[in-house]
Structure formats: structure tokens, C-alpha cells
Design a protein around this ligand. Structure first.
Ligand code: UDP
Ligand code: MN
Length: 310
């Protein structure tokens, strides 16, 4: 009889223990599922910002892309579309994107540097071919979504972006606009806003239909998909204005952001081209006897094949 009680007791304790473990397991999993569902819901409510960045091989490229990637890491729900101006995707950019932790798409499309320098009689503007490649990708890989949607922004690799500009543009219904610092040889360019509506431009060549810099506007993804043939064309001084005009919008459709265009949240900064000594290689890399990295450094300076990326 006593043996039976003890036996029953052990069985009972074991049962309690197993039940407890199962309950903890179920609880932890439920919490995980719940958190995941919440995350998905909030991601669904937050429109994705598709950021199209043309980029070309320069001595400064890695520095520019590093800085931009670190900005974008601080922005919720972005998808970075990086389009290299090159015949092939480089490992430098591929690795930078992999390590960025961002959601991204890596594309390439070369600007023809020789044969077709001209597009409709005008020199091909910087980044045009690449931005169009980004637009192609969007049209082939995204769709109209009733709940979520997205916003498209053209972010060159050397500008300076306040984190706040991304939250401003996220609510874009058609086209949002805002001031741009250090653009058009002015301290800033801005849409002129009256009674909450854009009525004109304070900018270089203000008689253009949309006198605004590339980093001064964002477009709802739906509009990009609704006008599948709209692309950038290298029309001197009219790159942005022609693009926005093709989307069949009027001044009245523009949504002025950044406190009705009274704040500068993006700057058209330019990365100064570094002067890299070519003729003075041996002197400039002299770092003493028996150094192991001399050959590597020579290659770095000449920007040839090297295991050291700059
Ligand atoms: N770019 C490019 N190919 C080029 C020159 C520039 O893809 O031959 C890219 C560049 O990396 C940048 C954008 O196009 O993201 C605009 O170029 P840049 O910054 O030189 O133009 P700017 O600031 O003078 O308007
Ligand atoms: Mn630039």
C-alpha cells in the first residue's frame, strides 16, 4: 500500500512537471507568435519606402555608400534598390549590401560612356539609366496593394538625409515635395506654399513646371505602376520636371511636407573628389624596411586589383 502511494506520488510529480514544461513551452511560443503577428501587422500598416540609388565607381564610392547605408539602417521599413553604373555587379557593393542588414535589391546598368553618350541629342545625365533600371525593377516586382502600398524616393549616394525626411515622405499619396538645402547654386530651393498648397518655386530656373531637385520629392508606388512608361529622360535642366509632368499631376496634387516646406531635412551635398597621387606611388607608400603590405598598398593607390578595399 505504501509502495503504491509513493509510486503514485512520483507519477503525480512527473505529470505535474511535464504539464508545467508543456505550459511554459506553449506560453513562450504563443508570445513569439503574437509578437511576430504584431510585427507583420505594423509592417503592413507602414508603407515601404523604396529607395533608388544610382552609384558609380569612384575613389569615394565605398565611403558614400557606407554613410548612406548607415542612415538607412535607422529608418523603418525601407527597401534599398542600388543600381551600379557598371557592366557587372561589383563584389564591393555586393558585400556592402549583404553586411548592411537592410532589405535590398542589387542591380547594374551601365551608362554607355562612348557610343551612345547622347539621349535625344542631349548628353545622358548622371544616374538616369540607373534610376530607370530601378523603376523597371519596381514595375516587375511590386504590385498595387490595398492595405500597404509603398513610396518611391530617388536618393543619390552623396546627399545628406535627416532621418525625419523619411517619415515625412512615408505618407505620400501622390507626390510629396519639400525644400532641399544647397541646391541649384542657392542656400536652399523650396516649393512656395500658400494656404497649404504649392503655388510656385523658389529655385534655379523657377519657370520649370516642377522646379525641384531629385532629392526634393517622393512618389507613391501606385503612380509609378499606373504609368508604366514614365521614365527619366536626359533633357537638360528638365530631368525632374519632365519626369513629374509625365505622371500627369498638377501643382494642386503636390503634398508639401517638412512643416509646409519651412524646414530643410535634406541637403544636396557633394563629395569632393579626392586627389590620389599616381606618379608618386613609391615615395608615398614608403613605410620602412621589410614591410609586408607594400605591394598591396601600391595596388590600393592605383585602384587596381587588391584585397584591401578603400
Ligand atoms: N552616378 C552614376 N553614374 C555616373 C555619375 C554619377 O550612376 O556616371 C550616380 C552617382 O553615384 C549619384 C548620382 O548618379 O548617386 C548623381 O550623380 P552626382 O552625385 O555626381 O550628381 P550631382 O550631385 O552633381 O547632381
Ligand atoms: Mn551628388
Amino acid at each position: 500500500m505504501r509502495i503504491k502511494v509513493i509510486f503514485f506520488g512520483y507519477r503525480y510529480q512527473l505529470l505535474v512537471l511535464v504539464t508545467f514544461v508543456i505550459l511554459v513551452y506553449v506560453y513562450v511560443n504563443l508570445r513569439f507568435v503574437q509578437e511576430h503577428v504584431q510585427e507583420c501587422q505594423s509592417a503592413q500598416q507602414t508603407p515601404v519606402i523604396y529607395i533608388i540609388t544610382p552609384t558609380v565607381s569612384t575613389f569615394e564610392q565605398k565611403a558614400d555608400l557606407t554613410r548612406l547605408s548607415h542612415t538607412l539602417r535607422l529608418v523603418e521599413n525601407v527597401h534599398w534598390i542600388v543600381v551600379e553604373d557598371s557592366n557587372t555587379k561589383t563584389t564591393m557593393v555586393a558585400n556592402l549590401l549583404k553586411e548592411s542588414g537592410l532589405r535590398y535589391t542589387h542591380l547594374n546598368s551601365p551608362t554607355d560612356k562612348h557610343a551612345k553618350r547622347f539621349d535625344d541629342g542631349v548628353l545622358i545625365s548622371r544616374g538616369v539609366v540607373q534610376r530607370n533600371e530601378g523603376l523597371n525593377w519596381l514595375r516587375n516586382n511590386t504590385y498595387h496593394s490595398s492595405t500597404n502600398g509603398g513610396v518611391v524616393y530617388f536618393a543619390d549616394d552623396d546627399n545628406t538625409y535627416s532621418l525625419r525626411i523619411f517619415e515625412e515622405m512615408r505618407s505620400t499619396k501622390k507626390v510629396s515635395v519639400w525644400p532641399v538645402g544647397l541646391a541649384g547654386h542657392l542656400r536652399f530651393e523650396t516649393p512656395i506654399v500658400k494656404n497649404g498648397k504649392v503655388v510656385g518655386w523658389f529655385a534655379w530656373a523657377p519657370t520649370r513646371s516642377f522646379a525641384i531637385d531629385m532629392c526634393g520629392f517622393s512618389v507613391n508606388l501606385k503612380l509609378i505602376l499606373d504609368f508604366p512608361n514614365v521614365r527619366f529622360k536626359s533633357i537638360q535642366g528638365e530631368l525632374e520636371s519632365h519626369f513629374l509632368s509625365s505622371l500627369n499631376i498638377t501643382l494642386d496634387d503636390l503634398e508639401p511636407k517638412a512643416k509646409l516646406c519651412t524646414e530643410i531635412l535634406v541637403w544636396h551635398t557633394r563629395t569632393e573628389r579626392s586627389i590620389v597621387e599616381k606618379n608618386n606611388v613609391d615615395k608615398s607608400i614608403y613605410i620602412g624596411e621589410g614591410t609586408l603590405n607594400t605591394e598591396e598598398l601600391k595596388n590600393v593607390i592605383r585602384k587596381s586589383q587588391s584585397s584591401i578595399e578603400v
